[in-house]
Design a protein around this ligand. Sequence first.
Ligand code: ZN
Length: 429
Amino acid sequence: MQLASDKRALKMTLNVYNTLTRQKEEFKPLKDGKVGMYVCGMTVYDFCHMGHARVMVSFDVIVRYLRHIGYDVNYIRNITEIDDKIINRAAENGEPFNVLVDRMVEAMNEDFAKLNVLTPNQEPKATDHIDGIVNMVQTLIDKGFAYAASNGDVYYRVRKFEGYGKLSGKILEELESGARVDVTEEKEDPLDFVLWKSAKPGEPSWSSPWGDGRPGWHIECSVMSCNCLGNNFDIHGGGPDLKFPHHENEIAQSEAANGGDYANTWMHAGALRIDGEKMSKSLGNFFTIRDVLKEYDAEVIRFFLASVQYRSEINYSQEGLQDAQAKLDRLYNALKGTDFNLELDLTDSVLARFVADFKAAMDDDFNTPKAIAVMFELVTQINKAEGEEKNKLASLLKIFADVLGCLQTDPEEYFKQGVDVDEAYIQDM
Ligand code: ZN
């Protein structure tokens, strides 16, 4: 059920923080009632980690909310299956790159399904868009924004694009001092980045006007997003580390090749930290989704991730997950024994206040912690109410929970699972 099934809901103001303009803006899609949204997906060379889970759950809640307020969302999330990391890992494993890719895509789908992350409308793969990539690279060369080097690489001429740095706020002088050129590269300028890489022996490659090679990572997303959504679309999202250089380079490529604006609203999820530290293999605090699923119920992890506003940094800790577990127990407890699937009239005086507060929280750049606070006010009312009123309030709680992708298990089953864990624990003792 939607929070509002009529078009009036769309007239209420949704404010979204746009990384490009560095402020919250009233969200106005290009086409009434429709949203085109592209989120950079996984580079599939290993299992997804908790940082990925954070980004994917963030955008999942955003898509669910946009749909609940009545938007028809075309959600595109790509799969990067041709990249240095994949080629290197496949070589280490002694397997063809596509065998590694297939295995990791399957694992990714399993992990995301457990976390109740919706399947996107389309999941384009770079290798299905090679023609489009070659065309865009050629257009950039024709327009003077790119050049082919004698070794078969094609580079983007960063200084030629006036708006370079507008997303990340980086200025060319700063970038210049940090730029390094690899000995194998033949760049005119250290700032330039690769659009097409000539193939090394044994690497997967495709033919092109510049010889056999493969696309650079940035051009893949420029082409896939525009092929799926058109040259100018509503929302482009991704993880915190993608703002620069990946998204900056996407803008430079797409706007130079196509003319006009690329994505109107840029959204970036905040980082995930582990007990206040950066997650990294070298610090020994690196967790895949699979690691954490061994210890915690998938829904607890989902609720924990959804309970922090998507742009804020989230701190992963045992206490945080235990707190999420306790809160989820309270929410399920409120649903237990109620009929929570009633058709509701949301203008009903008992419900309207909660509907307005929940919507105000989510309309404020998807403020999930505030929205969850409204859900707990609702829980207090449910616990006090009886009969039909209790059922109505519980049904509203279920609608709110659907927006967060939580409370998807039958309450009786949920608590039974808990009992099973305790019994196993008791037996162990
Ligand atoms: Zn991307």
